[in-house]
Design a protein around this ligand. Structure first.
Ligand SMILES: *[C@@H]1O[C@H](CO)[C@@H](O)[C@H](O)[C@H]1NC(C)=O
Ligand SMILES: *[C@@H]1O[C@H](CO)[C@@H](O)[C@H](O)[C@H]1NC(C)=O
Ligand SMILES: *[C@@H]1O[C@H](CO)[C@@H](O)[C@H](O)[C@H]1NC(C)=O
Ligand SMILES: *[C@@H]1O[C@H](CO)[C@@H](O)[C@H](O)[C@H]1NC(C)=O
Ligand SMILES: *[C@@H]1O[C@H](CO)[C@@H](O)[C@H](O)[C@H]1NC(C)=O
Ligand SMILES: *[C@@H]1O[C@H](CO)[C@@H](O)[C@H](O)[C@H]1NC(C)=O
Ligand SMILES: *[C@@H]1O[C@H](CO)[C@@H](O)[C@H](O)[C@H]1NC(C)=O
Ligand SMILES: *[C@@H]1O[C@H](CO)[C@@H](O)[C@H](O)[C@H]1NC(C)=O
Ligand SMILES: *[C@@H]1O[C@H](CO)[C@@H](O)[C@H](O)[C@H]1NC(C)=O
Ligand SMILES: *[C@@H]1O[C@H](CO)[C@@H](O)[C@H](O)[C@H]1NC(C)=O
Ligand SMILES: *[C@@H]1O[C@H](CO)[C@@H](O)[C@H](O)[C@H]1NC(C)=O
Ligand SMILES: *[C@@H]1O[C@H](CO)[C@@H](O)[C@H](O)[C@H]1NC(C)=O
Ligand SMILES: [Cu+2]
Length: 808
């Protein structure tokens, strides 16, 4: 018998030292087994695995390097007709580069390179420029290239990647500094009222009590036959300051405290900010306690009257900080179970420079964009591409409320970007200490910012098996070791955790979870829009709707989306005279874009497949990948029908999923600049639908994850990931002839009879061995370094300008 040194850890890595099968005949079972034979199919070889991969092909999707970004910025500054000002010096009335990113290669060119030995596709940059030097300011996307910049490089408006036909979008929000000034001019007119009602000040000085901000996107309203740009603002209390002392016992984590979005104060004002001349702007009214006052004078008069109703204050306190409070849980003072990587050897390989990854039968390329953060390309399984592109498109958070700010809020978060906020992850918390980390870079405001360690890759044991079976003679057990790719973006108040989880059965799960602070509402008269969750506070109800592009390619690009329906039917059989109520499997092909806006069926009665109808398996069933909801509100979509806030920018958020024909001109379901003018978006997803055939052609699935979020007291101080998560899975379906996880060595068969275990069959899976020094796997939180930022214009790589603050 083999003698092993077994390290028994609690939790994820516990190694059974003896049989733990359920006891069928306890007395006999208790006997010592006569013979234990340990078979290993072949001795495992830990030195043979190389954790460093070499990408078989250049990562043609990889983000621009710092040098590429610098050369694009320099090139654009040389184009005198763009009249650019260096971003660091630019004001509202200048033209300046906002973002530089990659324009991914067209798919046909990419496939020609990846599959047919064709040329590396030309590399092109996206440049997003804000044109402020105009009475009618706008933003515009340009394509610049080919890279590297040479005399052959050109720039052109990136019109073909829009549905509007023009990469220009009006900016009605160009004068942010003036708007801030305007807000304080307005708040000055009611300073005495605010001191009385809210016990604080908003003057623009450092010791202010209140922050002033409001709706997003801006609202358009026809007034006297003219379209006006409307901004509703409200007062938010800064969480720091004297109020932070609560009961003389707790103090907030000042000055690092967050949580302003838990401190709405219930006073709102409406401004007309049309045009660039603030002398033409105006205050169009106030709201307090659900009552609208159309002028400041009217509001003041009401406030002075004795019957004016004042509502309870919403003040900070220990309830806002996320530090530990309360009696400790019993047993919680000892270290919890922890996962470790035995043999100090990771079982996947990474090409760090090319951001190429191989794990078991999977391989893929990673990229990172300013708008959407981490993305995956060319996901192959057993050497065959199954997904060309997988990544987030947009994340809507659509609020509702009795007040004009909550009713006016419908964030489209790519406007802020998932890239800028995908900060460094914390080993030991965000990811296991043994995870492999990657850096990512984005280029905004002519600064290249590298987030160190903001993507992690790791294997883990989810602590439930992939397979098991037992009878009175044996048990067969297979471990479920999964591989996760993770990144987290803290966009304002929310922290979005994105996971792509690969499993040995050939499935890939896409998971999004949200934590962080809710954006809440003042409680007064808000009962129909959320729960009363604290003094003066309502948990403002809202919908999260996050859209993914899933460009599946099953055995080539000619694919069809087929609904496999579990259908109730009445059948009369030749062997019976009675008609029976029963069910059947029905296949319904989605052959046209007209039929391609889908919802998850009632009772889960449809299984959705992406199949290659021309590539059946040996039993004649088309080989397919199934796409299915796997956690939480997968397939949920906006509750609000035809949102007046989002207008033509919400086409992808009305159904569970959509299928369209793949087109280079339709690379994205949404555009980060749609938020500037949602009624006239650059990309209106509805325009993708033009009755095109989807039969055995290159199709793209656009799928929504999200949740209807009605925050309750358990969302204070922060929403927890456990209930705020949503996921879909793709899994092989008649794709292989068996379950692919049978390939893993991490399985065991235990044969037994009433005398005890007679045979243990292993399959080359290695037991963890040796001794673990726990101190070597303790995270060092002082390693947390934050970002590296380098200014690109003027560009001096030898004397970098460093800035650790985040860039919007
Ligand atoms: C172990 O790896 C070495 C080096 O790659 C190889 O020569 C040897 O055959 C392997 N042994 C087994 C049992 O796989
Ligand atoms: C832009 O012009 C400057 C000055 O003429 C030159 O040094 C630089 O190489 C140019 N940049 C590019 C990318 O052409
Ligand atoms: C160029 O931009 C500046 C502001 O940066 C502006 O004053 C000037 O009028 C612009 N020139 C042209 C030709 O548009
Ligand atoms: C990519 O496709 C678009 C739309 O067909 C086309 O206008 C553009 O020129 C293509 N880009 C390249 C680099 O070929
Ligand atoms: C552009 O062309 C000029 C003239 O032919 C040449 O001197 C220069 O080196 C070229 N620049 C680049 C970046 O290729
Ligand atoms: C704010 O008020 C000051 C002083 O009256 C005035 O000079 C300034 O133009 C105002 N700003 C805006 C944006 O209304
Ligand atoms: C108002 O604020 C002052 C100072 O900021 C504080 O001392 C006082 O207790 C507050 N009053 C109320 C009713 O909260
Ligand atoms: C990430 O960046 C740090 C700091 O520049 C560097 O030391 C490290 O090697 C990078 N990591 C990878 C995986 O490239
Ligand atoms: C159906 O009913 C007919 C008439 O009663 C009878 O002849 C026949 O055998 C029945 N068929 C079966 C399958 O029971
Ligand atoms: C759809 O494709 C299938 C498989 O290639 C083919 O049999 C069928 O005729 C096509 N349907 C139409 C309407 O073209
Ligand atoms: C259990 O199996 C072993 C090996 O086949 C056999 O020798 C033994 O008699 C069996 N015990 C019983 C109780 O059947
Ligand atoms: C910026 O960071 C680099 C690399 O860490 C360092 O060498 C340099 O001195 C820093 N520059 C400034 C201005 O802080
Ligand atoms: Cu939420």
């Amino acid at each position: 018998m083999l003698v092993r040194t077994i390290v028994v850890l609690s939790g994820l890595l516990s190694v059974a030292a003896g049989p733990h099968a359920r006891l069928r005949s306890p007395k006999k079972w208790a006997k010592k087994p006569a013979l234990i034979e340990v078979l290993t199919a072949s001795s495992s070889n830990s030195t043979a695995f190389n954790p460093v991969a070499v990408a078989p092909k250049t990562n043609i999707f990889i983000s621009l390097t710092d040098d590429e970004a610098a050369s694009v910025i320099s090139f654009l500054h040389n184009q005198t007709e763009l009249n650019l000002t260096a971003a660091a010096d630019a004001g509202d009335w200048d033209n300046a580069i906002e973002v530089v990113d990659l324009v991914p290669p067209n798919k046909t060119d990419a496939l020609n390179y990846l599959d047919n030995g064709g040329l590396v596709p030309g590399r092109f940059a996206l440049a997003r420029i804000a044109f402020g030097a105009s009475e009618e300011p706008w933003l515009q996307d340009f394509i610049v290239g080919p890279l590297p910049i040479s005399n052959a490089s050109k720039y052109a408006s990136l019109d073909w990647a829009t549905t509007s036909g023009s990469a220009k979008i009006r900016n009605y929000n160009a004068d942010e500094d003036l708007i801030t000034q305007w807000n304080f001019n307005v708040t000055a007119t009611v300073a005495d009222i605010v001191l009385d009602l809210l016990n604080g000040t908003a003057t623009g000085s450092d010791d202010d009590t209140f922050d002033i901000w409001g709706i997003d996107p801006l609202w358009m309203e026809e007034i006297d036959g003219e379209e006006r740009v409307i901004l509703w603002n409200t007062y938010w209390r800064f969480p720091s300051g004297e109020d932070a002392i609560f009961d003389g016992k707790f103090s907030l984590q000042s000055p690092f405290i967050a949580g302003e979005t838990l401190l709405p104060q219930g006073l709102f004002f409406k401004s007309d900010i049309t045009g660039r001349d603030p002398s033409k702007w105006g205050v169009l009214g106030w709201v307090y306690g659900g009552i609208f006052y159309s002028t400041t004078a009217e509001f003041r008069k009401a406030w002075s009257s004795p019957d004016f109703v004042k509502y309870e204050l919403n003040l900070p306190g220990s309830w806002i900080g996320s530090d530990r409070v309360g009696e400790p849980f019993p047993g919680d003072s000892t270290a919890p179970p922890v996962a470790v990587q035995p043999d100090a050897g990771q079982r996947f390989s990474v090409d760090d420079a090319q951001k190429y990854v191989e794990w078991m039968d999977f391989s893929f390329y990673i990229t990172f964009t300013r708008d959407t953060g981490m993305r995956l390309y060319d996901i192959k399984y057993k050497g065959e591409r199954i997904i060309y592109e997988l990544g987030l498109q947009e994340a809507i958070a659509h609020y509702a409320g009795n007040d004009p700010v909550q009713a006016g809020t419908a964030y489209m978060d790519t406007f802020y970007g998932f890239g800028p906020y995908a900060f460094e992850l914390v080993a030991g918390y965000d990811c296991p200490t043994y995870a492999h980390f990657l850096n990512s870079t984005f280029h905004a405001a002519e600064i290249s910012t590298t987030h160190r360690n903001n993507i992690c890759l790791f294997e883990s044991d989810p602590a439930y098996l992939m397979q098991r079976h037992s009878n009175s003679e044996y048990l067969a057990l297979t471990k479920n070791i999964v591989f996760t790719l993770r990144s987290v973006s803290t966009v304002g108040n929310y922290d979005y955790n994105f996971d792509y989880i690969f499993a040995m059965d050939g499935s890939i799960e896409t998971v999004v979870r949200a934590s962080g602070y809710i954006q809440s509402a003042y409680y007064a008269k808000n009962n129909d829009y959320g729960y009363h969750i604290h003094d003066g506070l309502s948990g403002s109800m809202h919908d999260h709707s996050l859209n993914w592009k899933v460009d599946l390619d099953i055995l080539g690009t000619d694919n069809t989306f087929v609904k496999h329906k579990i259908a109730p039917v009445n059948v009369k059989y030749p062997w019976s005279n009675q008609t029976r109520s029963t069910m059947q499997l029905q296949r319904v092909r989605v052959e046209n874009e007209d039929d391609a806006k889908l919802s998850w069926p009632r009772n889960n009665a449809d299984m959705f497949m992406v199949e290659n109808s021309d590539k059946p398996n040996e039993y004649g069933e088309p080989r397919a990948y199934r796409i299915a909801p796997s956690r939480g509100g997968a397939g949920m979509h906006l509750t609000i029908e035809n949102s007046p806030n989002l207008l033509k920018s919400q086409g992808f958020a009305k159904h569970a999923l959509y299928i369209t024909k793949q087109k280079d001109t339709e690379p994205r379901a949404a555009h980060a600049n749609n938020d500037y003018d949602p009624g006239h978006p650059l990309i209106d997803f509805d325009e993708f639908f033009n009755s095109e055939s989807l039969n055995q052609t290159d199709i793209v699935v656009w799928l929504n994850l999200g949740m209807h979020h009605v925050p309750h007291t358990g969302d204070l101080p922060n929403t927890v990931f456990t209930t705020a998560q949503s996921a879909f899975i793709i899994a092989p379906h008649n794709y292989l002839l068996n379950d692919a996880s049978r390939t893993t060595r991490q399985m065991v068969r235990i044969d037994y009879n009433s005398s005890g275990v007679q045979l243990v069959k292993e399959f080359g899976g290695k037991m963890p061995s040796g001794v673990i020094n726990m101190s070597t796997i303790q995270p060092d939180f002082y390693d947390y370094e934050g970002d590296i930022a380098t200014r690109k214009f003027p560009y001096d790589p030898l004397h970098p300008f460093n800035d650790t603050e985040s860039i919007v």
